[in-house]
Design a protein around this ligand. Structure first.
Ligand SMILES: *[C@@H]1O[C@H](CO)[C@@H](O)[C@H](O)[C@H]1NC(C)=O
Ligand SMILES: *[C@@H]1O[C@H](CO)[C@@H](O)[C@H](O)[C@H]1NC(C)=O
Ligand SMILES: *[C@@H]1O[C@H](CO)[C@@H](O)[C@H](O)[C@H]1NC(C)=O
Ligand SMILES: *[C@@H]1O[C@H](CO)[C@@H](O)[C@H](O)[C@H]1NC(C)=O
Ligand SMILES: *[C@@H]1O[C@H](CO)[C@@H](O)[C@H](O)[C@H]1NC(C)=O
Ligand SMILES: [Zn+2]
Length: 583
């Protein structure tokens, strides 16, 4: 009852979106069955390859017939089919019978787009249950992911390509998500190399949370003059303070609200281009507005707003789930208390919805357990919310686990789906205790970029041990800052145990390609919770029609190529939101 009353104003807002938006809606007419023509006087904000042809109640709702594919349903019997039909947002048919698929589409209220997959592999739109994509949508400059680059030449080519779509003098930036370790040269590009790729635009390329960074001549002139950043003649900017000064200046001088919205659209576009259609965001560290802020710092109370505004404009092309991070330092947990009083969990629609408290419930000094942590956990349990915490070793995990157990003795958490994330070196005993609490662990391949390990001391996470324990497991790459947002380098790491340099650092813990894909799809729905568990992750009738058509056959290509996989066609709610033009 209470929930119904509470949800009404929100539904009304969505209705308004629709009313408000309808005069602008792109008119679509399908005058031939296989091609789609768009007649409209409305200039889409997105690049023309995005066709946001259909929104109903603020969600993408289109109809599409994908045929002649190798479509892995990831359903109970792991069926691979050649045809998938999505009708008005929802999967209406999977199988091999074309006339039957067309019959199910005959009552479609949206025009049907028919696409020949030419035997390509398609999978459910991937789900990422732990990343920082909201931060990625608040980057200053024209953010340019370098996650797929394997050499300085790749970086140059990516930047050259990016410069074509950037206004003169516009900053081209890469902040986090990659490491020089993945480049053949094992170093950042120099000023000279960057100049040879892009002259007219200033460049800032920074790694991880706080550098080091590199720039070109144009960028160096501006950063020296405006922000007194110390820059070597080869363009290199030291990590820490110098990187922080540059980043702070870029944020303060570039980041207006419209600029952030452009950054949101660009983050969405990148996510769609690597096939990830649903993202559970895990927040940021509170920004101080000083040079000590790194890539992961933002204003926790305003940085979602440009995202909400893009969804409001009906330009959202991926699904976002939002966790709320809190960093209180006392047992009163003041900001957490206000959050629990004033926010609804799992509130929104299928494009955008609130999630849990996490990945921190308390400040970094107390995250590993103790009174402030336990006070927060108890409040969260009493409010009936989910909690996700981050753990980096057996020591922090052990004290967190004790906290979970204490809380559970007072208020059962068995049905709340509490989660410990990262767990690089989790033991069998901890897994057993977590499982008894109804908790799950969410693994990441973030050690791919810079991790080290060997047979006696593997880097982790122990993928094999976690899966074999039978605990709820999911895959959450932790992408945007310290790790790639693309799931494919993480898949490569879980399958091969190799880091970006090609060294085996996680021996004995490899899992299969199929297992990785299951973690990224059906198993991750448990970590999203709410209605998502029944509507995403598997290609079966009645679920939302989210699909990624891959650039190569994930199941048969040589392992080394897995990390560079992309999506050539991404469908969300039956609407094509990304098309690389390759099929
Ligand atoms: C295309 O649609 C027309 C009706 O508009 C129908 O007669 C024809 O059979 C369809 N062709 C295919 C290949 O579906
Ligand atoms: C650039 O210069 C810095 C400082 O002099 C040095 O530490 C770094 O190794 C140089 N980088 C390259 C790629 O030569
Ligand atoms: C950050 O500091 C600058 C300079 O002191 C100021 O102009 C700006 O308003 C501050 N921004 C925020 C979000 O507080
Ligand atoms: C999954 O793990 C990642 C990092 O490994 C973490 O950031 C994220 O919060 C976790 N997700 C869940 C749902 O626990
Ligand atoms: C494995 O790595 C650890 C450090 O992490 C080191 O102490 C040990 O000697 C290494 N063992 C082998 C066999 O290389
Ligand atoms: Zn994280």
């Amino acid at each position: 009852m209470f929930a119904i009353i509470a949800i009404l104003p929100f539904l009304l807002v969505f209705q308004f979106w629709v009313l408000f938006a309808s005069p602008l809606d792109v008119q679509v007419s399908s005058n031939t069955n296989s091609t789609l023509s768009i007649e409209s006087s409305f200039t889409p904000v997105l690049p023309p390859r995005f066709i946001t042809q259909s929104h109903t109640s603020g969600s993408l709702r289109g109809s599409v017939l994908l045929y002649n594919g190798k479509i892995h349903t990831i359903g109970p019997s792991n069926l691979v089919v050649s045809i998938l039909a999505v009708r008005d947002g929802y999967i209406a048919y999977t199988g091999d019978d074309l006339p039957e698929a067309e019959r199910t589409l005959s009552q479609s209220s949206s025009p049907v787009r028919k696409i020949n997959l030419r035997r390509r592999v398609a999978v459910p739109g991937l789900i990422d249950c732990h990343n920082h994509i909201v931060l990625l949508g608040n980057r200053p400059g024209y953010h340019t992911p370098l996650e797929l680059s394997l050499s300085v030449a790749d970086v140059k080519a990516t930047y050259q390509q990016r410069a074509k779509g950037v206004p003169k003098d516009g900053w081209i930036t890469t902040i986090g998500g990659f490491s020089p370790n993945q480049l053949k040269e094992q170093r950042l590009p120099t000023l000279e190399e960057l100049d040879s790729a892009v002259n007219d635009n200033p460049i800032f390329i920074s790694t991880s949370f706080s550098g080091p960074a590199t720039t070109n001549t144009k960028g160096r002139e501006i950063l020296e003059r405006e922000a007194s950043v110390v820059i070597a003649t080869n363009g290199s900017i030291a990590s820490g303070l110098e990187n922080g000064k540059a980043l702070l200046w870029l944020r303060q001088s570039l980041l207006g609200f419209e600029e952030r919205k452009r950054s949101v659209r660009s983050a969405m576009e990148y996510a769609a281009s690597v096939g990830v259609t649903t993202h559970l965001d895990q927040g940021a560290f509170s920004a101080t507005n000083t040079s000590s802020d790194g890539a992961a710092s933002e204003d926790l109370y305003t940085f979602h707003l440009p995202w909400l505004s893009v969804y409001n404009d009906l330009d959202g092309i991926i699904r976002l789930r939002i966790n709320f991070l809190h960093d209180d330092t006392t047992t009163e947990n003041p900001t957490l208390v206000e959050r629990l009083r004033n926010t609804f969990p799992f509130f929104g629609n299928d494009m955008m919805r609130t999630g849990a408290i996490g990945e921190f419930a308390v400040g970094i000094a107390d995250y590993a357990g103790g009174p402030v942590f336990e006070a927060a956990a108890l409040k969260i349990a009493k409010a009936g919310w989910r909690l996700e915490v981050h753990a980096l070793g057996e020591n922090d995990l052990k004290t967190q686990l004790e906290g979970f157990e204490k809380v559970d003795a007072e208020v059962s958490i068995k049905n709340l789906r509490w989660v410990v994330a990262h767990v690089p070196r989790i033991s069998t005993d901890s897994l057993r205790r977590l499982k008894a609490l109804g908790a799950g662990v969410n693994v990441s391949g973030w050690l791919y970029l810079s991790g080290t390990g060997n047979t006696t001391n593997p880097a982790g996470p122990p993928f094999r041990r976690i899966l074999d324990s039978g605990i709820r497991g999911g895959f959450g790459p932790d992408g945007a800052n310290i790790a790639p947002l693309s799931p494919w380098p993480h898949a490569y790491y879980a399958i091969t145990g190799k880091n970006a340099k090609g060294e085996v650092i996680n021996p004995g813990q490899s899992i299969s390609r199929q297992e990785v894909l299951e973690l990224f799809t059906k198993h991750n729905t448990w970590f999203l919770g709410g209605p998502d568990e029944h509507s995403l992750g598997i290609l079966e009738t009645g679920r939302l029609g989210d699909v990624a058509v891959l650039s190569e056959d994930y199941f048969t290509i040589p392992e080394e190529r897995i990390r560079q996989l992309r999506s050539v066609l991404t469908v969300v709610g039956g609407v094509v939101v990304w098309d690389s033009g390759e099929i």
